[in-house]
Write a protein of this length. Structure first.
Length: 276
């Protein structure tokens, strides 16, 4: 067996991110063959990933980023098992590198993002390899993008919650768009406006409203009317443009935008929270 030097171990560690002892063992097992040692470390990641497949990966980070022209944004969620790992600089850097690649390559779906090359291997292979290095189940579980004349993102401190929003006017003030992104993060709307709420959600709210009224002993002939009243409250609380603006509850988000410009409105948004 050839003598493994500290420089060789350091080189392998730099290439893979694995621990010093893992690198030393991999080099010893391959008699100093650098490429075969890399393969051993990658296969170790796959082995650990399969063993931890049934683990719960409920922690992680939610990150979002806008293109330089402010017309497109992307959001990803990289999960892990513990908050300790979620706060690790290397883990956050991995998530950020995946997000940067998503911004650069503009994939359409999560599956497409996982197949994109990150250095000399795919995003999916990189995540699996890091399972072996970190020792926890990792999962790239979410990817979405939006496009609009102007887009802004907001990441809440701690990287557990993020939002991104698009508005229809290219020259919209950056602070105004950021205010709306923060509104979305804080108030978790289900849709932009009333007409954007899915019919199944409306039907469910009406059903809930009727059941509540019935339990309260309201007359049968008034249940529909009471339920529709509750639906109106739901629209006010859960659709973005009709919500009270968090910075001034005397006006709605719609009124806030129209005070800035009568034509200004939201075209799309996304929000993700690990704590929901």
């Amino acid at each position: 067996m050839s003598q493994i030097t500290a420089a060789e171990v350091s080189k392998l560690r730099k290439a893979t991110g694995a621990g010093m002892m893992d690198c030393k063992r991999a080099l010893e097992d391959t008699n100093g063959d650098f490429n075969k040692a890399i393969e051993i470390i990658r296969k170790k990641g796959q082995l650990i990933a399969s063993k931890r497949a049934d683990r719960e990966a409920g922690e992680g980070v939610v990150l979002a980023k806008v293109t330089d022209d402010r017309k497109r944004a992307a959001m990803i969620v990289l999960n892990c098992e513990t908050d300790f790992v979620a706060k690790n600089e290397g883990f956050v850097d991995l998530a950020q590198s995946i997000l940067d690649k998503a911004i650069q390559e503009n994939p359409s779906t999560l599956d497409e993002l996982k197949k994109i090359k990150l250095a000399d291997r795919t995003v999916d292979e990189t995540v699996i390899e890091q399972v072996g290095i970190i020792g926890e189940k990792l999962d790239l579980s979410y990817y979405e993008k939006i496009e609009a004349p102007v887009v802004v993102t907001y990441i809440h401190p701690g990287n557990k919650l993020a939002s991104m929003v698009g508005l229809n006017l290219e020259n919209a003030d950056a602070q105004v768009v950021k205010d709306v992104a923060m509104q979305i993060a804080a108030m978790n709307p289900v849709a932009i406006d009333k007409e954007d709420v899915p019919q199944e959600v409306i039907d469910k709210e009406i059903e809930i409203g009727k059941e509540q009224a019935q339990r309260e002993g309201k007359p049968e002939n008034l249940l529909e009317k009471i339920a529709m009243g509750k639906l109106g409250k739901f629209y006010k609380e859960s659709t973005l443009l009709n919500q009270e603006f968090i910075k001034d509850n005397k006006k709605t988000v719609r009124q806030y935008l129209q005070d800035v410009d009568k034509k200004l409105t939201v075209t799309n948004f996304r929000r993700f929270s690990l704590n929901d």
